[in-house]
Design a protein around this ligand. Structure first.
Ligand SMILES: *Cc1c(COP(=O)(O)O)cnc(C)c1O
Length: 450
């Protein structure tokens, strides 16, 4: 039989994230099975002409598609990071990926190349705390206006776009950190496309989605018409909690600007931090996310039946308010529903009581639990829990926290790879430790999944 040899696109994403491209310009794989941790700040150039060629290729990446890159200096390009970028672009279905030192460096870069003084950024109002600080503390100093709105309602976006010609980028997270609200990516992309129709090409609005919570195994924003996807590699993709990193994935058109931004602002991902993502993180992502999501559903069901908990938000629960959108948008690469690895729950009680209960739960878990660790961050092999009202946002008095969009009883759980029965047992002991006097007698347990 005269069969053509396969190319990498003939394989499932899970296999491709283990093996990378069949042929990488960055590394021959002739001898090694595992790619290298490279460690060289500068690179030997055999002639000045080759040096000049290297700089020309850096400014015009389209000039060098398949050949071995000319390495000059780590901050421009280097092998371990280059291979990780190829695999991340594959994972999200983008033309190109540029990585950064942290997720925040990636978000700064994605918006840094899209916005300049006089432009407006429209962002969903519930976003990661440091992203919020970037938008409200730093962007105004650069002359960039930020309009925070509720992007769950497309009418809000439509009316802003209609009245404000200075809008040049739209930004959001879905699921949002920490509330797990979802944004309808297709609706947002379509609305922006409609407005772009009426604008000259240099005034096109671009859309940016932080896909950290879902990971590319749970959702690929570019498939829904979004222009750029950003990630904190520190979370689910890195997966083991050892290193920080960030990534921007998007169209080839933006690659020169992203590389230039990274070269000049300097927030490169160290090859030593790229390597664990390449060798451990991406290759195990599918396995981890699948197992963590299975556990998350069991844990969410358990939590939903607890009298001291008012509300459990998990996209896989039948009670999830945006259940249909979750099912339409959160899909693994094979098309199966992928509700994710994060749970948000609200302890019951008026603000001061809910906050006190959160603190008690955190303290018991911190002192007694093996499988649930009191810590920020998420997406690791370890289950992590945090209570913003008594930790990161404790300075806001309980009665003012609700006003500030922060539920005093809100608790964020990131499910790890421990046995789900052990996680449930640890959570149960934690919930039992909430002082009986604090548990309202009148509350009936909520029906599971009803
Ligand atoms: C953690 C996080 C970031 C920031 O990533 P770092 O790697 O910590 O800089 C951005 N967005 C979301 C949704 C996050 O959870």
């Amino acid at each position: 039989m005269d069969r053509k040899p396969p190319t990498s696109i003939d394989y499932n994403l899970e296999s491709r994230l283990i093996h990378g491209r069949m042929k990488s310009a960055h590394w021959s794989y002739r001898d090694h099975i595992v790619p290298p941790i490279s460690s060289s700040a500068a690179y030997r150039l055999e002639s000045s002409a080759r040096g000049a060629e290297g700089f020309r290729e850096f400014a015009n990446p389209e000039l060098n598609d398949e050949q071995t890159p000319i390495y000059i200096y780590d901050r421009l390009d280097e092998p371990s990071r280059g291979m990780l970028e190829e695999n991340l672009a594959t994972a999200e279905g983008g033309d190109t990926c540029v990585t950064f030192a942290t997720g925040m460096a990636a978000i700064s870069a994605a918006l840094g190349v899209l916005l300049r003084a006089g432009d407006t950024l429209v962002a969903h109002k519930t976003i990661y705390g440091c992203t919020h600080s970037l938008f409200t503390n730093w962007f105004p100093r650069l002359g960039i206006r930020v309009e925070l709105t509720d992007l769950k309602d497309p009418a809000n976006l439509a009316s802003i776009l209609e009245r404000d010609p200075s809008v040049m980028a739209v930004y959001g997270e879905t699921p949002c950190n920490p509330t797990l609200e979802l944004l309808d990516l297709r609706r947002i992309a379509d609305l922006v496309a409609e407005v772009n129709h009426t604008r000259p090409s240099h005034r096109r609005i671009l859309t940016v989605i932080d896909n950290t919570f879902a990971t590319p195994l749970g959702q690929r924003p570019l498939e829904h018409g979004i222009d750029l996807s950003v990630h904190s590699l520190t979370k689910g993709i890195g997966g083991f909690g050892t290193d920080m990193g960030g990534a921007v994935i998007g169209p080839a058109l933006l690659e020169p600007d992203l590389l230039l931004y990274r070269k000049d602002f300097g927030g490169v991902l160290s090859p030593k931090a790229a390597w664990p993502n390449l060798v451990y993180g991406l290759p195990t992502l599918a396995l981890r996310v699948r197992r963590q999501a299975e556990s998350a559903l069991a844990i969410a069901r358990f939590l939903e039946a607890q009298p001291v908990i008012r509300r459990v938000l998990y996209p896989g629960l039948p009670s999830f308010p945006q259940r249909e959108l979750a099912r339409a948008q959160m899909r693994d690469p094979e098309g199966k529903f992928a509700p994710g690895t994060m749970i948000y729950l609200l302890l019951d009680g008026e603000p001061a009581l809910a906050r006190e209960r959160g603190a008690q739960l955190m303290d018991t878990l911190a002192q007694q639990a093996l499988t649930v660790t009191l810590a920020v961050s998420l997406g690791q092999i370890r289950t992590l829990i945090e209570h913003p009202a008594s930790m990161t946002h404790a300075v806001i008095p309980p009665e003012r926290q609700l006003e500030a969009g922060l539920d005093p009883g809100g608790i964020r759980l990131s499910i790890g790879l421990e046995h789900p029965d052990d996680i449930i047992a640890d959570l149960e002991r934690g919930l039992d430790s909430i002082e009986p006097a604090l548990i309202p007698v009148s509350l009936e347990p909520q029906l599971v999944g009803a």
